[in-house]
Design a protein around this ligand. Structure first.
Ligand code: ADP
Ligand code: MG
Length: 657
């Protein structure tokens, strides 16, 4: 003879609280065959619920044996127990334990989600069962919109959803008025008539007498176990549509099933966030601010760096500038007259120098006809344009001849051309203008240049330095010498060589050298370091945001302990619970992250609209990094609360209200 469906042998369950232990079940033996309808009765505290929880694999015995279909339950791990609950047991609770965020049909679908039924099959089956239980018009109602009796019918439908062969009902009529209670009992009878095993726990003998067998517990011991001959059990009303209700819907393919569970977890997370909008938003705020500040700071850093480097580059690349004096702050530098044209000439003979030019400067007023403009006069050598990389728009440069002969030839820049020749469409080449009181012939016009340090729309005119020294300054000392270093030589080496050469010539180091490469490097590293520092501070705010997420997730888990219990009772794996809460945490962070990125881009638009001298440059790296960072934070800080949730004991979770 085969073993009955449920066999309990010498099973005990003890609770230890502090030093004392309470024996809730004391060496009981029960066996229940498939298709029975059993009532377990007893006074409050006699161990009924404890027995029920063990039967439903929500709880484990302390000692003894419990076998379902011949399988020893004690040897199963958590996920195998979950599978057993999913496939064999349906729970009906005294307080229904429905999920308030879900509609009636949504609640009924939950077990099938964990069983891996496709969404379509799930819907169809859930609505068929609800139909059958007389809930056809209430599919989309929330538990709060249903009466107690209706809620209990939803909970019965949920118990039937996975075609459980054992229905466990703990005081199913306890919270109902007598008519609704009667209705529920009638349904349980129908279920039993379909061939399912029904086990009802009750303290009410009137309810117990409706079963076909009554097991009575007292202080954890079975005191009687008899068939019930009183003929109060109602004849089951024929069920019209058994085929749809019991049609074994095929579970979807494994990957589809896990995708379905993922989608369901996502939906739950969205529902929960929607139910606690303000809380979710405040939690996100930390992430939003963190991400927005990281992205903005990096963009600001990149933007200002670009601006400064553009200024440096306008000085020319690979160039050295030699000035008299100790450094820029040296007030006596104008009195130092040792930097002269012969220095430039000697430097020009060095192998590492590709071009060199002396420079002197002054300001004058330019006159052409009735037009006047104040301008900067640059006295330069013939190689000036080679050193600076200046391009001509038209005409020619100054040549060695014009320098040697103190020629009154001038090259004007684009600003000067605009200032003097705005109304004239013909070329200014060949025109004579007055530079101060010196008439000069224009031989060239430079192309508009990327503006450098402090440069503006100020007109500039280039004359041979010899001319400027003789006609304007009356002095042979130079303001500076600019060198373009050979491409094959490093500027650092050239700087050393120039220092050595000039120190020897002057018998003193009465000059200083500006190395544009050096400046560029310094600026790059300093702005890099600054950006890094501020970004680090922003990252700290992200971490603080993450801690906020963790905090809220812990609250959310403890608020929803009983939901977690219900999910476990209907067969959720530990992983399903972990996934659900983790998704919620990651979702908060992702939405926060995206909002943060959006916010910083918006800030950029506003910032760039105001002309503050530089623009924000967003790096894709920083945006992607911020995005990844915020999801990592979601996972990192959401994991602990989610794990706590998944490790909850189903019984304790269910008990907590
Ligand atoms: P019933 O459902 O018949 O009212 P229970 O099965 O809930 O009884 O409880 C049986 C006994 O076990 C009671 O004495 C109760 O105090 C004790 N008990 C139940 N659950 C716990 C628990 N989690 N910790 C300690 N004692 C418990
Ligand atoms: Mg109880």
């Amino acid at each position: 003879m085969t073993e009955p469906l449920i066999v309990i042998e010498r099973l005990s369950r003890e609770y230890s609280s502090g030093d004392s232990t309470v024996v809730a079940l004391d060496h009981i033996d029960i066996s229940i065959a498939a298709g029975e309808m059993v009532a377990i009765v007893g006074a409050s505290g006699s161990g009924k619920s404890t027995l029920m929880n063990i039967l439903g694999c929500l709880d484990r015995s302390t000692s003894g044996s419990y076998r379902v279909s011949g399988r020893e339950v004690a040897s199963l791990d958590m996920d195998e127990l979950a599978a057993l609950r999913r496939e064999h047991f349906g729970f009906i609770f005294q307080r229904y334990h429905l999920l308030n965020e879900l509609s009636a049909i949504g609640n009924v679908e939950v077990p099938a989600v964990y069983a891996g039924l496709s969404q379509h099959d799930r819907r169809a089956k859930a609505s068929a069962i609800l139909d059958r239980l007389g809930m056809a018009g209430r599919l989309e109602h929330r538990p709060g919109q249903l009466s107690g009796g209706q809620q209990q019918r939803v909970s019965i439908a949920r118990a039937l959803m996975n075609d459980a062969n054992v229905i466990l009902a703990d005081e199913p009529t306890g919270a109902l008025d007598s008519r609704s209670g009667e209705e529920v009992l009638r349904i349980l009878h129908e279920i039993n008539a379909e061939g399912r095993t029904v086990i009802i726990v009750t303290h009410d003998m009137a309810v117990a007498r409706r079963a076909k067998r009554i097991i009575e517990l007292r202080d954890g011991v079975v005191i009687s176990d008899q068939p019930n001959h009183s003929d109060l059990s109602i004849a089951p009303i024929p069920i019209e549509d058994r085929s749809t209700a019991r049609s074994p819907a095929k579970p979807a393919a494994p990957w589809r099933a896990s995708f379905g569970r993922f989608r369901e977890a996502l939906r739950m997370a969205l529902l929960t966030m929607n139910a606690h909008r303000l809380r979710a938003f405040l939690t996100m705020l930390g992430i939003i601010i963190g991400v927005a500040s990281v992205v903005c700071v990096v963009a600001l850093g990149a933007g200002s760096q670009e601006r400064v480097l553009a200024n440096i580059n306008s000085l020319g690349t690979n160039t050295l500038e030699i000035f008299p004096g100790k450094d820029f702050g040296d007030t006596r530098s104008t009195k130092i007259k040792t930097l002269v044209a012969s220095d430039a000439r000697v430097l020009g003979q060095q192998i590492y120098v590709s071009a060199v030019t002396p420079t002197v400067s002054t300001s004058v007023t330019l006159r052409f006809g009735s037009i006047e403009a104040s301008a900067q006069v640059s006295g330069v050598g013939e190689e000036y344009f080679a050193v600076k990389g200046t391009q001509l728009a038209e005409g020619t440069f100054l040549d060695a001849d014009s320098v040697r002969s103190f020629a009154q030839d001038a090259v004007i820049d684009d600003n000067a051309r605009k200032a003097l020749f705005a109304n004239i469409s013909t070329s200014p080449i060949g025109t004579i203008i007055l530079v101060g009181r010196v008439p000069c012939r224009i031989i060239g016009v430079t192309r508009q240049q990327q503006s450098g340090f402090g440069s503006s729309a100020n007109p500039t005119i280039y004359l041979p330095y010899t001319t400027v020294q003789a006609r304007f300054l009356g002095d042979v000392s130079l303001r500076s010498i600019s060198i373009r270093v050979n491409d094959s030589t490093s500027t650092d080496f050239a700087e050393q060589a120039v220092t050595g050469l000039l120190t020897q010539r002057h018998n003193a180091k009465d000059f200083f050298i500006l190395n544009t490469d050096d400046i560029r490097r310094t600026i790059q590293t300093t702005t890099g370091i600054l950006t890094l520092m501020v970004a680090a501070i922003a990252v700290i705010s992200l971490i603080v945001g993450g801690i906020g997420v963790m905090n809220i997730m812990l609250v959310s888990v403890s608020e929803r302990v009983s939901e977690i219990g219900v999910r476990m009772a209907v067969g959720a794996r530990q992983n399903d619970i972990l996934q659900q809460f983790l998704i919620e945490a990651v979702l908060v962070c992702l939405i926060g992250g995206l909002t943060g990125i959006g916010l910083s881009l918006g800030f950029g638009v506003v910032f760039n609209a105001f002309d503050v001298g530089f623009r924000l440059i967003y790096s894709t790296t920083s945006i992607v990094a911020a995005f990844l960072c915020s999801s990592m934070i979601g996972i990192a800080f959401g994991y602990m609360p989610a794990r706590n949730a998944s490790k909850l004991d189903p019984v304790t979770a269910l008990m907590r209200e």
